[in-house]
Design a protein around this ligand. Structure first.
Ligand SMILES: [Zn+2]
Length: 186
């Protein structure tokens, strides 16, 4: 276990020990951890330094900032390899995921005991971000329903869009759709 908190994000290696410290409260393993990958024996290691470095940048500027504000939690999902994306989305090769998770630029988070709409709101008001998406939040199912997707592009990539969306059930089609702003599912 090595403390890598002082290694600059853009000098971070693609591979590190799972227990190596990336920021004050997060270790390398948490950036690639996936229950689905474990269950299906899918390799979810970073594809290279670019994806690892993006995830380290996201970790230090989003995951750690949220941890500093609200206390201990573990991200649901950060990096997802193309193989993992295909499994999650039930696609076959040569389908390629465009998700920012596959670039190391996105995380899905929840804070125990905190409403996900409040968490999403806090991120939009306090952090730099590319996209914040309140996903599947339904107050009728309780404040912990759904999760918050946050993406952040590291410096040198195109500018962060600061886009705020919700992924909600459309009452007309019965399917999930993206809508502007932070909204709960009807
Ligand atoms: Zn996500």
């Amino acid at each position: 276990m090595t403390n890598l908190t002082n290694v600059k994000w853009d000098e971070f290696p693609a591979r590190a020990d799972p227990r190596d410290q990336v920021s004050k409260n997060f270790v390398f393993f948490e950036l690639t951890k996936s229950e689905t990958a474990e269950r299906h024996a899918i390799d979810n290691a970073f594809s290279g330094a670019t994806t690892a470095q993006a995830a380290v940048y996201l970790c230090r500027n989003v995951l750690q900032a949220v941890r500093d504000a609200f206390g201990s939690y573990s991200p649901n999902s950060v990096y997802r390899s193309q193989a993992l994306e295909r499994t999650l989305k039930k696609k076959r090769k040569p389908w390629v995921s465009k998700s920012q998770h596959a670039k190391g630029q996105a995380c899905d988070i929840e804070i125990p005991g905190m409403s996900n709409i409040e968490l999403a709101q806090w991120v939009t008001e306090n952090l730099e971000f590319d996209q914040v998406i309140l996903e599947c939040f339904n107050a009728a199912k309780g404040p912990n329903s759904g999760w918050v997707h946050v993406s952040l592009k590291p410096p040198g990539k195109s500018t962060n869009r600061r886009q705020i969306l919700s992924y909600v059930m459309s009452p007309t089609s019965g399917k999930y759709v993206y809508v502007d702003g932070l909204q709960e599912s009807p």
